[in-house]
Design a protein around this ligand. Structure first.
Ligand SMILES: [Zn+2]
Length: 99
């Protein structure tokens, strides 16, 4: 089952790279305190800036994605998957609530 595991790891890397692109172009936001917490930014906005960013930096992302098409598909998938993500960092919200 080594192949399946490798495929899963590859998918995770691709989703990570897609999330990074979405962050870079500001479609995703990030908690200023907890930098690893992804927040939904302007979801529902046009994903074109993310596609453009990825294509512009294709040289970097070609290590992760097989084709530009796969990259844009993953960006779309990740963006849609985060549609219901919190707009507020859950850890910060929790801290504020317990004050
Ligand atoms: Zn936070």
């Amino acid at each position: 089952m080594g192949g399946a595991k490798r495929m899963m790891e590859e998918a995770e890397r691709q989703q990570g790279a897609a999330a990074e692109i979405l962050l870079k172009v500001g479609i995703f936001g990030c908690c200023p305190v907890h930098e690893d917490i992804l927040l939904s930014g302007d979801i529902g906005v046009d994903l074109t800036p993310a596609y453009k960013y990825g294509n512009y930096h294709w040289e970097k992302y070609q290590e992760v994605f097989e084709t530009p098409r796969q990259m844009t598909d993953t960006i779309k998938e990740v963006a849609e998957g985060y549609e219901l993500a919190a707009e507020e960092c859950p850890i910060c919200a929790n801290n504020a609530a317990s004050d």
